[in-house]
Design a protein around this ligand. Structure first.
Ligand code: FOL
Length: 207
Protein backbone atom coordinates (compact mmCIF):
# COMPACT_ATOMS: atom_id res chain seq x y z
CA UNK A 1 0.00 0.00 0.00
CA UNK A 2 1.41 3.37 -1.05
CA UNK A 3 1.23 6.43 1.14
CA UNK A 4 -0.59 9.56 0.02
CA UNK A 5 -0.01 13.08 1.25
CA UNK A 6 -2.96 15.44 1.28
CA UNK A 7 -2.25 19.15 1.67
CA UNK A 8 -3.52 22.60 0.74
CA UNK A 9 -0.67 25.00 -0.02
CA UNK A 10 -0.10 28.42 -1.57
CA UNK A 11 2.15 28.98 -4.59
CA UNK A 12 4.96 29.69 -2.08
CA UNK A 13 4.02 26.40 -0.30
CA UNK A 14 2.49 28.16 2.71
CA UNK A 15 0.21 25.81 4.66
CA UNK A 16 -0.36 27.53 7.99
CA UNK A 17 -0.29 30.63 10.09
CA UNK A 18 0.09 30.53 13.89
CA UNK A 19 -0.75 26.80 14.04
CA UNK A 20 -3.93 27.21 12.02
CA UNK A 21 -5.05 27.00 8.40
CA UNK A 22 -4.63 30.48 6.82
CA UNK A 23 -8.07 30.31 5.10
CA UNK A 24 -11.59 29.06 5.61
CA UNK A 25 -12.69 27.07 2.56
CA UNK A 26 -15.73 24.87 3.36
CA UNK A 27 -15.87 23.22 -0.07
CA UNK A 28 -12.17 22.50 0.00
CA UNK A 29 -12.52 21.05 3.52
CA UNK A 30 -15.45 18.93 2.28
CA UNK A 31 -13.15 17.59 -0.47
CA UNK A 32 -10.55 16.70 2.18
CA UNK A 33 -13.19 14.93 4.28
CA UNK A 34 -14.66 13.03 1.32
CA UNK A 35 -11.33 12.00 -0.15
CA UNK A 36 -9.88 10.77 3.13
CA UNK A 37 -13.12 9.00 4.14
CA UNK A 38 -13.99 7.27 0.86
CA UNK A 39 -13.30 3.53 1.26
CA UNK A 40 -15.00 0.32 0.11
CA UNK A 41 -17.53 -1.26 2.49
CA UNK A 42 -15.83 -3.17 5.28
CA UNK A 43 -12.68 -1.07 5.13
CA UNK A 44 -11.51 2.34 6.33
CA UNK A 45 -8.77 4.77 5.51
CA UNK A 46 -6.15 5.89 8.01
CA UNK A 47 -5.14 9.52 8.60
CA UNK A 48 -1.69 10.05 10.06
CA UNK A 49 -0.92 13.39 11.67
CA UNK A 50 1.41 15.13 14.04
CA UNK A 51 0.28 16.23 17.51
CA UNK A 52 0.00 19.91 16.57
CA UNK A 53 -2.24 19.12 13.59
CA UNK A 54 -4.43 16.97 15.86
CA UNK A 55 -4.75 19.92 18.24
CA UNK A 56 -5.61 22.27 15.35
CA UNK A 57 -8.70 20.24 14.42
CA UNK A 58 -11.85 21.63 16.07
CA UNK A 59 -12.86 19.42 19.05
CA UNK A 60 -16.20 18.55 17.50
CA UNK A 61 -14.48 17.06 14.41
CA UNK A 62 -11.92 15.08 16.41
CA UNK A 63 -11.17 12.23 15.90
CA UNK A 64 -11.82 12.60 12.16
CA UNK A 65 -14.84 10.32 11.96
CA UNK A 66 -15.02 7.26 9.78
CA UNK A 67 -11.22 7.17 9.60
CA UNK A 68 -8.51 5.54 11.72
CA UNK A 69 -6.63 8.41 13.39
CA UNK A 70 -2.92 7.92 14.09
CA UNK A 71 -1.39 10.75 16.14
CA UNK A 72 2.38 11.12 16.32
CA UNK A 73 3.85 12.42 19.59
CA UNK A 74 6.97 11.75 21.67
CA UNK A 75 4.91 12.40 24.80
CA UNK A 76 3.83 8.97 26.04
CA UNK A 77 1.38 10.60 28.43
CA UNK A 78 -0.24 12.78 25.78
CA UNK A 79 -3.96 12.93 26.40
CA UNK A 80 -5.70 12.95 23.04
CA UNK A 81 -9.07 12.95 24.77
CA UNK A 82 -9.29 15.67 27.43
CA UNK A 83 -13.10 15.81 27.12
CA UNK A 84 -13.47 12.05 27.74
CA UNK A 85 -15.58 11.61 24.64
CA UNK A 86 -16.25 8.02 23.65
CA UNK A 87 -13.23 7.92 21.37
CA UNK A 88 -12.84 5.35 18.66
CA UNK A 89 -10.09 4.25 16.33
CA UNK A 90 -7.51 6.72 17.63
CA UNK A 91 -3.96 5.58 18.27
CA UNK A 92 -0.90 7.36 19.66
CA UNK A 93 2.41 6.60 17.95
CA UNK A 94 5.97 7.57 18.81
CA UNK A 95 7.12 8.03 15.22
CA UNK A 96 5.95 8.36 11.63
CA UNK A 97 7.31 4.88 10.89
CA UNK A 98 5.32 3.25 13.71
CA UNK A 99 2.17 5.12 12.68
CA UNK A 100 2.53 3.76 9.14
CA UNK A 101 3.34 0.23 10.34
CA UNK A 102 0.37 0.22 12.69
CA UNK A 103 -2.00 1.52 10.01
CA UNK A 104 -0.75 -1.16 7.60
CA UNK A 105 -0.87 -4.08 10.02
CA UNK A 106 -4.05 -6.11 9.88
CA UNK A 107 -5.52 -6.47 13.37
CA UNK A 108 -8.76 -7.75 14.82
CA UNK A 109 -9.36 -4.43 16.56
CA UNK A 110 -9.25 -2.27 13.45
CA UNK A 111 -11.12 -2.69 10.20
CA UNK A 112 -9.00 -3.41 7.16
CA UNK A 113 -7.19 -0.29 6.00
CA UNK A 114 -7.82 0.80 2.43
CA UNK A 115 -5.64 3.92 2.05
CA UNK A 116 -3.16 5.70 4.24
CA UNK A 117 -3.09 9.53 4.20
CA UNK A 118 -0.51 11.79 5.79
CA UNK A 119 -2.40 14.95 6.73
CA UNK A 120 0.39 17.05 8.24
CA UNK A 121 1.75 19.20 9.62
CA UNK A 122 5.00 20.62 8.34
CA UNK A 123 7.40 18.44 10.33
CA UNK A 124 5.55 15.22 9.39
CA UNK A 125 5.29 16.30 5.73
CA UNK A 126 9.02 17.10 5.74
CA UNK A 127 10.00 13.77 7.25
CA UNK A 128 7.73 11.86 4.84
CA UNK A 129 8.95 13.75 1.75
CA UNK A 130 12.61 13.29 2.63
CA UNK A 131 12.43 9.48 2.99
CA UNK A 132 12.72 8.23 -0.55
CA UNK A 133 9.89 6.10 -1.98
CA UNK A 134 7.72 6.44 1.14
CA UNK A 135 5.16 8.76 -0.44
CA UNK A 136 3.94 7.89 -3.95
CA UNK A 137 1.08 10.37 -4.35
CA UNK A 138 0.34 13.96 -3.38
CA UNK A 139 -3.17 15.34 -3.36
CA UNK A 140 -2.36 19.02 -3.51
CA UNK A 141 -4.88 21.80 -3.39
CA UNK A 142 -2.90 24.68 -4.86
CA UNK A 143 -4.08 27.99 -3.44
CA UNK A 144 -3.35 30.41 -6.30
CA UNK A 145 -4.50 33.71 -4.84
CA UNK A 146 -4.37 35.69 -2.69
CA UNK A 147 -0.75 34.98 -1.72
CA UNK A 148 -1.37 34.60 2.05
CA UNK A 149 2.02 36.12 2.68
CA UNK A 150 1.74 35.85 6.45
CA UNK A 151 2.07 32.04 6.32
CA UNK A 152 4.69 30.85 8.82
CA UNK A 153 4.48 27.08 8.12
CA UNK A 154 5.46 25.53 4.79
CA UNK A 155 5.23 22.35 2.71
CA UNK A 156 8.54 21.21 1.16
CA UNK A 157 9.16 22.15 -2.50
CA UNK A 158 8.70 18.69 -4.07
CA UNK A 159 8.71 19.79 -7.73
CA UNK A 160 12.46 20.37 -7.53
CA UNK A 161 13.23 16.79 -6.44
CA UNK A 162 15.24 15.01 -9.17
CA UNK A 163 16.26 11.39 -9.80
CA UNK A 164 19.88 10.28 -10.44
CA UNK A 165 19.53 11.21 -14.12
CA UNK A 166 18.38 14.70 -13.19
CA UNK A 167 14.78 14.09 -14.25
CA UNK A 168 11.83 15.33 -12.20
CA UNK A 169 10.55 12.70 -9.77
CA UNK A 170 7.04 14.09 -9.44
CA UNK A 171 4.61 14.29 -12.32
CA UNK A 172 1.24 16.02 -12.36
CA UNK A 173 -1.66 13.72 -13.26
CA UNK A 174 -4.71 14.84 -15.23
CA UNK A 175 -8.03 15.77 -13.65
CA UNK A 176 -9.48 12.58 -15.16
CA UNK A 177 -6.86 10.47 -13.37
CA UNK A 178 -7.60 12.36 -10.16
CA UNK A 179 -11.32 11.59 -10.48
CA UNK A 180 -10.66 7.90 -11.13
CA UNK A 181 -8.42 7.68 -8.05
CA UNK A 182 -10.80 9.72 -5.88
CA UNK A 183 -13.84 7.71 -6.96
CA UNK A 184 -16.05 10.80 -7.33
CA UNK A 185 -16.35 13.93 -9.50
CA UNK A 186 -13.61 16.45 -8.79
CA UNK A 187 -14.03 19.86 -10.43
CA UNK A 188 -11.36 20.74 -12.99
CA UNK A 189 -9.69 24.16 -13.22
CA UNK A 190 -9.66 27.14 -10.92
CA UNK A 191 -12.20 27.12 -8.07
CA UNK A 192 -13.28 30.19 -6.12
CA UNK A 193 -14.52 30.32 -2.56
CA UNK A 194 -14.56 33.36 -0.22
CA UNK A 195 -12.46 35.25 -2.79
CA UNK A 196 -9.78 32.55 -2.70
CA UNK A 197 -8.76 30.86 -5.97
CA UNK A 198 -7.50 27.30 -5.87
CA UNK A 199 -7.13 24.14 -7.94
CA UNK A 200 -7.40 20.43 -7.06
CA UNK A 201 -4.24 18.67 -8.25
CA UNK A 202 -2.80 15.16 -8.05
CA UNK A 203 0.92 14.41 -8.35
CA UNK A 204 2.41 10.92 -8.58
CA UNK A 205 5.94 9.67 -8.11
CA UNK A 206 7.45 8.26 -11.30
CA UNK A 207 8.13 4.52 -11.08
N1 FOL B 1 -5.61 19.01 2.91
C1 FOL B 1 -6.46 19.82 2.24
N2 FOL B 1 -6.62 19.63 0.93
N3 FOL B 1 -7.12 20.78 2.85
C2 FOL B 1 -7.00 20.99 4.18
O1 FOL B 1 -7.65 21.90 4.73
C3 FOL B 1 -6.14 20.16 4.94
N4 FOL B 1 -6.01 20.31 6.30
C4 FOL B 1 -5.19 19.49 6.95
C5 FOL B 1 -4.49 18.51 6.25
N5 FOL B 1 -4.61 18.36 4.94
C6 FOL B 1 -5.45 19.16 4.26
C7 FOL B 1 -5.02 19.61 8.42
N6 FOL B 1 -6.00 20.44 9.08
C8 FOL B 1 -9.99 19.35 9.72
C9 FOL B 1 -9.49 20.53 10.24
C10 FOL B 1 -8.17 20.88 10.02
C11 FOL B 1 -7.32 20.04 9.29
C12 FOL B 1 -7.83 18.87 8.78
C13 FOL B 1 -9.16 18.53 9.00
C14 FOL B 1 -11.42 18.99 9.94
O2 FOL B 1 -12.08 19.51 10.81
N7 FOL B 1 -11.97 18.07 9.12
C15 FOL B 1 -13.33 17.56 9.16
C16 FOL B 1 -14.23 18.36 8.25
C17 FOL B 1 -15.01 19.34 8.98
C18 FOL B 1 -15.91 20.14 8.04
O3 FOL B 1 -16.63 19.54 7.21
O4 FOL B 1 -15.87 21.36 8.14
C19 FOL B 1 -13.33 16.15 8.59
O5 FOL B 1 -14.26 15.41 8.91
O6 FOL B 1 -12.41 15.83 7.81
Amino acid sequence: MGITIIVAATVANGIGHRSRLPWRLPQEMAYFARLTSNAPAGSMNAVIMGRKTWESIPGKFRPLRGRINEIITRDENFNSNPDNKPIVQTYLQGSLQSAISHARTPAATIPSVHRCFIVGGASIYNEAMSSSFLVDRILLTRVLSPAFEDCDIFFPEFREQKDTEGKAIWERASNEELQVWAGFDVPDGVQEENGVHYEFQMWTRKP
